[in-house]
Each structure stands twice: as C-alpha cells, then as structure tokens.
Unconditional design. Structure first.
Length: 183
C-alpha cells in the first residue's frame, strides 16, 4: 500500500485531469438524428479578465447544456467573442494612455486586435479550467474574416426565404431562435 501525501498538490493533480479531458464529446454533430438543442448566448466583449460574474453566468448555461445532453439532445453550446465596440477601444486607451485620435487608425486597430486576442486566450484558459462543456469547434470571433463570410452567407440565405415572418436585420438566425419565423 502506498503512502498518501500529507499535502495536496492541487496544481499538479488538477493539471493531470485537465489534460485528460476530451472536449470533442461536446462537439455538435451536424449529421445526428437526435433532437437539437441550440444555446445561443450573446458573446461577451473580451476586454478584461474572466471574473466570478462570468463564471456564474457560464455555469448556469453549462448546467442546461449538460442536462439536455443527458436527456438525449444533440446540444450546440458554442462560444463567441464580440470583438467590436467601445469597451475594447476604451480599454486600449486606458492601457496605453492614448486616445484613438492620437495615433494612426491602423495602429489603434492593431492595438485593439492585440488586446482582444490576448483577452480571448485568457478567457479560454479560464473557461477550460472550469470544465465548461463548450463546443470549441464552433467558436467564432467577430473580428475574423471567416466570421464576416458566414454572416454574409447567412444574410443572403435568410433574405431568400419568402415565408420568413420576422425581420432578418433583427434576427439573423430565426431557425435557431424562433421557430415562428419559419411559418
């Protein structure tokens, strides 16, 4: 019988188990015949650090995703990042002690993108450590060209639906949010 250490080395033990997790079990299966359950949360502005309020919010959503998976649903629980807007600009100005008018537009944009990418990496690490069942295979970042392409294609598809009873400008993905829009 081996002797149990008197001190628990949480960082060593937790790291071992985090590395053993397989996120692919949470991936949405596009070909599945199971009923679908789509979780569409507004993406956060990734400008600061992941905090207890974020953790609480994502845990509630994670509980719902896990519950629906246990009930036999094919759950899509993607993570997105809203990379545009005033929070990012304000944070860049605060960190670098500048205003956006004091530097060339390209430089300011580069600083915003760098801040956002670093914040997404920190958020991602924190969310992984919490063990959230997020479908990282469907992650989206609103400042990436791939996202622009997807939204343009989706907008074109939505505008071709003659039976659409809701306004596409207010609801880009009616089939995922409101089945009444498909009547």
């Amino acid at each position: 019988m081996s002797e149990v250490s008197k001190e628990y080395n949480f960082s060593l033990i937790e790291e071992k188990w985090v590395k053993s997790w397989d996120d692919s079990v949470y991936y949405f299966d596009w070909m599945s015949k199971k009923p679908q359950y789509i979780i569409d949360t507004p993406p956060p502005y990734p400008t600061g650090n992941f905090h207890i309020g974020n953790a609480l919010n994502w845990c509630y959503i994670d509980f719902a995703a896990r519950y629906k998976r246990m009930q036999g649903y094919n759950v899509m629980f993607p993570q997105g990042w809203d990379c545009h807007g005033l929070p990012t600009e304000v944070k860049v100005e605060e960190i670098h002690h500048i205003t956006k008018n004091e530097v060339p537009r390209e430089e300011f944009r580069r600083l915003c993108e760098k801040l956002t990418e670093e914040a997404i990496e920190r958020f991602h690490t924190s969310m992984d450590r919490l063990g959230l069942s997020i479908d990282w295979s469907n992650e989206y970042v609103t400042m990436k060209p791939e996202y622009y392409v997807k939204t343009k294609v989706l907008r074109a598809d939505v505008q071709e639906w003659p039976h659409l009873s809701c306004r596409p400008s207010r609801q880009l993905v009616p089939s995922l949010r409101n089945s009444d829009c498909l009547r």
